[in-house]
Design a binder for this molecule. Structure first.
Ligand code: 1HE
Length: 267
């Protein structure tokens, strides 16, 4: 367990060998990792503190056969929430997922089984998604008499386009395998373990300088919310800071001395 957190629904561990790589695991497998209010609060704390506690990359994983079944429908049923109550629930989801997307620490989601409803909202807030052969995506909100409330209208529409998202919600369409790759739901599809691949990618990302990763995992998202004119200005300012960081000198020296790895095509 990570000493900084005393959670019940999310287990945070730090790999011994992988300095700075954290693994956050949803651990309500008996409820298919449905997101109740308590889990959302843990995610807020995790993604608020991780950047300041030196996390270099976070692999977001899940126990059991499914990544995440979305909103805890039993809690929602039992609470019989008012419109204002549920608005505030959604604002907490946004707090968690915005901290994740804009926090500056790379988050790699290791997916398997169902990634549905709010589970897809969670996954779409990660910077990189890795799926295995068991992974499937859906937005069952329409069938349940609900609507998305955790950012799908922004992030899922961004991944697959609004027409596909609307189709998923209207008809319950399920995407999996290569088709899910083709529409943009994930960047990696592996025949083996999505967790192992996510760890490999996390190690690669963690080898970058933290300030570069901070820019990559916050600036690109912020810039999507800006006019092109303001985004270009912002990009110049960020590049001014990042591209002159003292820690980059050694990497530039290595390139100049021809000792740095070259970019090569895949075999
Ligand atoms: C749950 C939930 C849940 C399972 N909330 N308890 N999300 C959905 O509409 C998806 C609902 N879930 C499912 O379709 C299926 O459960 C799964 C495909 C994810 C998994 O199926 P399966 O056959 O492995 O499990 P199961 O038998 O359906 O469920 C096992 C237990 O998990 C059972 O509890 P038990 O106490 O009877 O053992 C289920 O009740 C429980 N469980 N999913 C609560 N979602 C901010 S707005 C976001 C809006 C949404 O996310 S809407 C989409 C909600």
């Amino acid at each position: 367990h990570h000493p900084a957190f005393s959670f019940t629904n999310v287990t945070v561990t730090q790999d011994q060998e992988d300095d700075g790589i954290w693994v956050a695991t949803l651990n309500r497998a008996s409820k298919r990792n449905a997101l109740d209010a308590a889990t959302i609060e843990e995610l807020i704390e995790l993604f608020s503190k991780a950047p300041r506690l030196g996390a270099k990359a976070i692999v977001l994983a899940a126990a059991g056969d499914h990544f995440c079944a979305g909103l805890d429908l039993i809690e929602h049923h039992d609470e019989d929430r008012s419109p204002a109550d549920f608005m505030h629930v959604c604002l907490r989801w946004h707090e968690a997922f915005n901290k994740m997307e804009y926090g500056g620490v790379p988050v790699i989601a290791a997916l398997h089984g169902a990634v549905v409803g709010g589970g897809l909202e969670l996954a779409s807030s990660a910077h990189v998604r890795v799926a295995d052969e068991s992974t499937y995506f859906a937005l069952p909100e329409g069938q349940r008499g609900l609507f998305t409330g955790g950012g799908a209208t922004i992030r899922v529409a961004d991944l697959v386009g609004k027409s596909r998202m609307i189709d998923m919600m209207l008809t319950g369409r399920v995407y999996q395998g290569q088709e899910a790759m083709d529409v943009g739901l994930m960047q990696y599809l592996v025949s083996g373990s999505s967790f192992d691949k996510a760890m490999e990618l996390a190690r690669r990302a963690a080898a970058n300088l933290p300030l570069s990763n901070f820019a990559i995992c916050s600036a690109v998202s912020h810039m999507q919310n800006m006019s092109a004119l303001d985004a270009a200005y912002c990009e110049a300012v960020i590049a001014g800071v990042v591209n002159t960081q003292p820690d980059a000198r050694a990497r530039l020296d290595a390139f100049a001395k021809k000792t740095a790895a070259r970019v090569r095509p895949n075999d």
